[in-house]
Ligand binder design. Structure first.
Ligand code: ATP
Length: 246
């Protein structure tokens, strides 16, 4: 089980997470919130990519500070931009690199790579240059490259941002069908239908924690009120700013 205990974090003195505590046990958990509310920072803490300034992040009681290597292996992370994740020249090599050091022999690695590519619609692209894939295919490749390592938990940070609607649906369906726990950060609120739990973040805090329908309603209402407040603010900053200079 992933746990956040009184997590606080700041970048250059600016607090972006304030006292976040949560136990993440459900099979499908969504995290939503305004831009800059701290979702990605929190997500990156779940596999030790970022260590909190204060508090602890634990996987089965093991602190990401002390067990980063093990936790990174057990908690897979899919980044919003697949380009940052694809590191090898060809599709097959990119998936296979995740199994380096796994102790599997060449034939076993080849078999696993073929299977995962088939499952993600990339079987015909094994020798294809990875950088020539379409955006949707790159996103699938990034997902396949993480899943081939069989993580227990998959954290996906906006994995559908760059995609057209068809590919959004393909990725969402793929995530829904996975046997492992999925923690999904998304601005596509429809993707959360059927999820067990959704956390809403605002200004570095969890401001709502519950079922998807209630969480989405809370978030939508909060954002509508924030947008209305922003629309009432004078654009020039100072109310007299538009007066002619004498
Ligand atoms: N490496 C960094 N250095 C400095 N500030 C950062 C860094 N990473 C994030 N921030 C800042 O921390 C705040 C929270 O960012 P974060 O990416 O966690 O938010 P988010 O909720 O994922 O946003 P979005 O929905 O836009 O992706 C933002 O104000 C962001 O500018």
């Amino acid at each position: 089980m992933l746990q956040l205990e009184n997590v606080r974090h700041a970048y250059e003195g600016r607090t972006v997470l304030s006292d976040v505590t949560a136990e993440l046990v459900e099979h499908r958990i969504g995290i939503i919130g305004a831009n800059g509310s701290g979702k990605s920072t929190l997500a990156r803490m779940l596999n030790g990519l970022i260590v909190p300034d204060h508090g602890r992040v634990l996987l089965d009681g093991r602190d990401t500070r002390k067990h980063a290597r093990e936790i990174r292996r057990r908690v897979g992370f899919v980044f919003p931009d697949p380009g940052t994740q694809i590191i090898m020249p060809t599709v097959g090599e990119d998936v296979a690199i995740g199994l380096r050091g796994s102790g599997l022999d060449r034939a076993e690695i080849d078999g696993r790579v073929q299977r995962i590519l088939r499952r993600h619609g990339l079987a015909d692209h094994h020798d294809h240059p990875a950088h020539l894939l379409s955006g949707g295919q790159k996103q699938m490749l990034a997902l396949a490259s993480v899943l081939v390592t069989s993580p227990e938990v998959l954290v996906c940070d906006e994995p559908t941002t760059l995609l057209d609607l068809r590919n959004v649906k393909v990725i969402e369906r793929t995530l829904r069908a996975l046997p492992q726990q999925v923690i999904l950060l998304t601005h596509h609120l429809d993707a959360l239908a059927g999820f067990d739990r959704v956390l809403v973040m605002d200004e570095g805090r969890i401001v709502f924690d519950g079922a998807p329908t209630a969480a989405v309603a809370h978030y939508t209402d909060r954002m509508e009120r924030a947008a209305a407040g922003a629309a009432e603010e004078p654009l020039g900053g100072h109310p007299d700013g538009d007066e002619p200079v004498p």
